[in-house]
Design a protein around this ligand. Sequence first.
Ligand SMILES: C[S@@+](CC[C@H](N)C(=O)[O-])C[C@H]1O[C@@H](n2cnc3c(N)ncnc32)[C@H](O)[C@@H]1O
Length: 265
Amino acid sequence: MDLDPTQRASQEQFARQSQHYGKGHILQKVEDVAAVLPELSLPHHATVLDVATGGGHTGMFFARLGHQVTLSDLTPQMLENAARGAAEEGLKVETRLHPAESMPYADGTFDLVTCRIAPHHFTSPIDFVRETARVLKPGGRFLLIDGTVEDGQPEAEAWAHQVEKLRDPSHHRLLSPNTWRDFCVHAGLTVELSKVTSFLQPDLEWYFEVAATPDYNRRQVRELVQTAPESARQLFQISTEGGKITWWWQRLTLIAHKPRHFFGS
Ligand SMILES: C[S@@+](CC[C@H](N)C(=O)[O-])C[C@H]1O[C@@H](n2cnc3c(N)ncnc32)[C@H](O)[C@@H]1O
């Protein structure tokens, strides 16, 4: 598999940290996915592709509902763990190793493509959306859930970018809702829902542990938290609770569909 330097950095980072993303990780809670299930209008036994599946939590949610699920990721260790987690639950899933930006499937294969809390690692989110549009069946849906910073907040976005890059070098960029919308429109998809909600970063020290952040970078992040600009303080509600540094990230949920008469790019 040919990988560019950003993809390689992600693969190395997640290979090292793969044991943290299974049972017990906060991503195991899939209420955010369950909340939009009615809006996906899935057929019975839908074909579902979960891109950058990590611990497999999103894909397994759909497998439990009886859908035919493919879990994909570019890190072999993550895929192995996800497959093991699915087998332990008696769920049948397929696994495929590939980057999000280049998918080994025929045009029009899936009723649903999902991608949750991962595109901020991707080298080329626009290529990922273009590939998603290609592999969706006409009428199929794309569900994207990822960290974001709302439009019109350049200072807070720059702060969040510095923090995330120091915490986890495989981080690439948090994209705003309008940027994702533009990518979808460009790829020929129709956006049906674009909603920003907040979720708690419960403890900075735990957040460092999941990414194995080096001590020097941890010090820099703590400094950034102390000196955060007012815009970031307000937007992310940075605070100290019971000795823990917490804040609220913004999370985008976007649903788009592929029109029956598709004119993709
Ligand atoms: C935080 S985990 C994903 C969480 C998961 N989607 C969930 O809902 O629990 C991020 C995953 O993205 C994968 N990843 C990062 N960059 C990628 C890329 N360019 N293509 C495919 N997978 C990628 C990593 O290997 C890792 O498994």
